[in-house]
Ligand binder design. Structure first.
Ligand code: KIV
Ligand code: NA
Length: 263
C-alpha cells in the first residue's frame, strides 16, 4: 500500500470517496489498523479512557501523547497519522500550540495534529500551525475536553441557535486553514449542511451518513470498552472472545493440560 497523503484525502471529497479513520494508541493497534487499510489513524486523547483508565480525556498530558504517538508511528507503513493535542496544551496561545504540535511532529513524526473547538485562540493557533507547515484537523460539535462545562457527553447542536454556532465554528476553522473537520455527535441535518458548505472534508462520529468520512474509537468498534457511546456499532466482540480465551488458558494451566510434555 502506498502512503496516504493529505492531497489524496482532500481529493476524496471531490470524488465522493468516503474517508476511513479509526483511533490507535500503541504499536499493536497501529499495525492492525494499517494492515486493514485505514486511510487515517488518529492517536486520539480518548486513549486516556481506553488505554489509561481515566474517566475523561482531561488528565492526558502532552508527554503521554508523544509516548503513544511514537509507538503508533512505529506500527504504520501507509496510513496518515494525526495526533490530538491534549487538554490545555494549546489554549494559552498560538505559540504554546506551535510548541506542543512541534514536539509531536519532531519527536513522534505525526503528520498532522487535532485541536478541539473554534475559540479565537484555537482559530489563531490553527492559522499559526498551518503557516509553520503543520496540517491541522479541526473538531466541532461535541468537544470531550469540555465535558465539565457541558455536563456530560451529550449530542450538541440540537437547537437552531446551537446549530448556527457549530456551523460558524466549522466555517471559522476552514478559513483558518484546517485541512478537514471532525463533526462529533451532532444531528445529521447539521452535519449535512456543514459538509455541503465547506470545501474541506468532514469526518463524522455520531453525525450521520452525510459526512465525507467516518471515525470511531477502535476499542468501541471491537467490543473492548465498557462505556461505548450509543452511536458506535460493535463489529466484533473481541472483549468477550479475549476473556473466553484467557479463561481457557487459566483452565489449561490449572488442570496441567498446558504445557504438553516436551518431545
Ligand atoms: O480522541 C478521540 O478518539 C477523538 C475521536 C473521537 C474523534 O477525538
Ligand atoms: Na480526542
Amino acid at each position: 500500500r502506498r502512503p496516504v497523503t493529505l492531497p489524496q484525502l482532500q481529493q476524496k471529497k471531490q470524488h465522493g470517496d468516503p474517508i476511513t479513520m479509526l483511533t490507535a494508541w500503541d504499536y499493536l493497534w497501529a499495525r492492525l489498523l494499517d494492515a486493514a487499510g485505514v486511510d487515517v489513524i488518529l492517536v486520539g486523547d480518548s486513549l486516556g479512557m481506553v488505554a489509561l483508565g481515566y474517566s475523561t480525556t482531561l488528565p492526558v498530558t502532552l508527554e503521554q501523547m508523544i509516548h503513544h504517538a511514537r509507538a503508533v508511528r512505529r506500527g504504520v507503513t501507509a496510513s496518515f497519522v494525526v495526533c490530538d493535542l491534549p487538554f490545555l496544551s494549546y489554549h494559552e496561545s498560538p505559540e504554546q500550540a506551535l510548541r506542543s504540535a512541534g514536539q509531536l511532529v519532531k519527536e513522534a513524526e505525526v503528520q498532522a495534529v487535532k485541536m478541539e473547538g473554534a475559540s479565537p485562540v484555537v482559530c489563531a493557533a490553527t492559522q499559526r500551525l498551518v503557516e509553520a507547515g503543520i496540517p491541522v484537523l479541526g473538531h466541532v460539535g461535541l468537544l470531550p475536553q469540555r465535558v465539565h462545562q457541558l455536563g456530560g457527553l451529550r449530542q450538541q447542536g440540537k437547537t437552531e441557535q446551537a446549530a448556527e454556532a457549530i456551523l460558524a465554528d466549522a466555517i471559522a476553522l476552514a478559513q483558518a486553514g484546517a485541512f478537514a473537520l471532525i463533526l462529533e455527535h451532532i444531528p445529521s441535518e447539521l452535519a449535512q449542511r456543514i459538509t455541503a458548505k465547506l470545501e474541506i472534508p468532514t469526518i463524522g462520529i455520531g453525525a450521520g451518513p452525510h459526512c465525507d468520512g467516518q471515525v470511531l474509537v477502535t476499542a468501541d468498534v471491537l467490543g473492548l470498552t465498557p462505556q461505548a457511546p450509543p452511536f458506535a456499532p460493535v463489529y466484533a466482540d473481541l472483549g468477550t472472545q479475549a476473556i473466553a480465551a484467557l479463561q481457557q488458558y487459566c483452565h489449561d494451566v490449572r488442570s496441567r493440560i498446558y504445557p504438553p510434555p516436551q518431545p
